[in-house]
Design a binder for this molecule. Structure first.
Ligand code: MG
Length: 415
């Protein structure tokens, strides 16, 4: 049985979500920015802005030079995550093996769910249609279909907006003919230069290169590239449980530089709450805590340690961080930044110590999360964080993903 993998990539994602939410923005050049200040950069431009040459990572002032009437919007991560959750929920109707790759990209392993690639094309069409009908008509995606994870993303990366493209190891050489080395996922300019040194100038050169030579010169990464272009599966689709993060944490550069311990502790609490929320969302617990802070005049403190028991609730994390912070902080020094993270992560244990009040604390933490999920962040929060809604603000990262709830309720019509 051949593997069938789909890669889905939303087009101009953050900008399209903004245009979906506000019809007045549709058909206009829009840039979603990290910050609106002249040096802030654009993290997503709408299709209309892209046509004018305004790409991701453009500075606000440069974008305005090209198109003075461009509409610039500050990013709203919570909005994008909500839409991603809806999209991923549709994807989970087609297989139990969904890999959320980033906030707007995912892999689907349809092996065992569809027999032929032609059936997978029907699934892809239905997914595009359902996203438009169930999430928003302005949201478009391109879908790559292949027999390996790498080929599926490769073909999606070079596909036009809204397209569904198929590639197989057999048809790959023909596709490679119209591509540059750097079109391939995993080949940056540095890698291109190294490949050039070996006499590899095209993807077909790479495909046909003696594998022993490439392994000897470039090591494992070279072998992976060779295997990928040859249609050999390296990694496969990994579900969320299979990609446990190594650490979860947050940091914050303080806007006010002072020696006010109460102010620092409230920031610390907020960082612990954000860390704790993500920990619980991922259904994980942690054994290690690390805390770092730096002083305005230079230097700082870094401490990582194993905690007794495990960390799960915000208060578990805060209590540990609080002790270190108060013990080690130089009270006369102004603080520039604070970071908290938890490591040594494992899936949440079901066995709880009944002699501890852990169960109660875990239940309270989850109840608070549910309220915040439903009514918005910081609807309910710890007293320590009062008045800090605008501090340590939410950021959106391209590699940050949103969870997928496994389900298989919908009958597949394409088997
Ligand atoms: Mg995208």
């Amino acid at each position: 049985m051949q593997n069938i993998i789909l890669h889905i990539d939303m087009n101009s994602y953050f900008a399209s979500v903004e245009q979906q939410a506000n019809p007045h923005l549709r058909g206009k050049p829009v840039g979603v920015c990290a910050y609106l200040s002249p040096n802030g950069c654009i993290i997503a431009s709408s299709m209309e802005a892209k046509k004018l040459g305004i790409k991701t990572a453009f500075r606000v002032k440069d974008a305005k030079k090209i198109c003075p009437e461009i509409i610039l919007i500050e990013n709203e991560p919570a909005k994008y995550r909500t839409v991603t959750t809806k999209i991923f929920s549709i994807l989970a109707d087609y297989t139990d093996r969904v890999e959320p790759y980033s906030i707007d990209e995912a892999f689907l392993d349809l092996t065992g769910y569809t027999k032929k690639i032609s059936n997978a094309v029907c699934v892809a069409k239905e997914i595009q249609q359902r996203i438009k009908v169930e999430v928003g008509e302005w949201l478009k995606c391109k879908i790559g279909i292949s027999t390996t994870r790498w080929l599926a993303k490769f073909i999606a990366d070079i596909a036009k907006a809204d397209a569904i493209d198929v590639i197989t190891p057999k048809t790959a050489p023909k596709v490679y003919e119209r591509c540059k080395l750097t079109d391939a996922w995993g080949i940056n300019y540095r890698m291109q230069w190294r490949l050039n040194q070996l006499g590899i100038y095209t993807l077909n050169d790479l495909k046909n290169y003696p594998v022993a030579n490439i392994l000897a010169v470039l090591g494992k990464p070279g072998y992976f590239l060779w295997a990928n272009v040859n249609g050999i599966e390296i990694q496969g689709v990994r579900t969320q449980e299979e990609i446990l993060p190594k650490s979860i944490g947050h940091s914050y550069c303080l806007p006010k530089h002072n020696t006010d311990t109460n102010y620092h502790l409230s920031i610390l609490m907020k960082l612990c709450e954000k860390t704790g929320r993500r920990l619980r969302e991922s259904k994980l617990e942690a054994k290690n805590l690390s805390i770092f802070w730096s002083y305005v005049h230079g230097g700082g403190v870094y401490k990582i340690f194993k905690v007794p028991g495990t960390l799960f609730t915000t208060m578990d994390i805060y209590n540990q961080a609080y002790n270190v912070f108060l013990n080690k902080k130089m009270s006369a020094f102004k603080i520039r930044m604070i970071a908290v993270s938890v490591t040594n992560l494992s899936p949440l244990t079901k066995q709880l110590n009944l002699f501890d009040d852990v169960l109660g604390r875990k239940k309270i933490a989850q109840a608070m999360d549910n309220i915040n999920d439903k009514f918005g962040e910081y609807t309910i929060s710890y007293g320590q964080m009062h008045g800090l809604a605008d501090q340590a603000r939410d950021r959106v990262g391209f590699r940050k993903t949103v969870g997928v709830k496994p389900k298989l309720t919908k009958e597949l019509l394409y088997l």
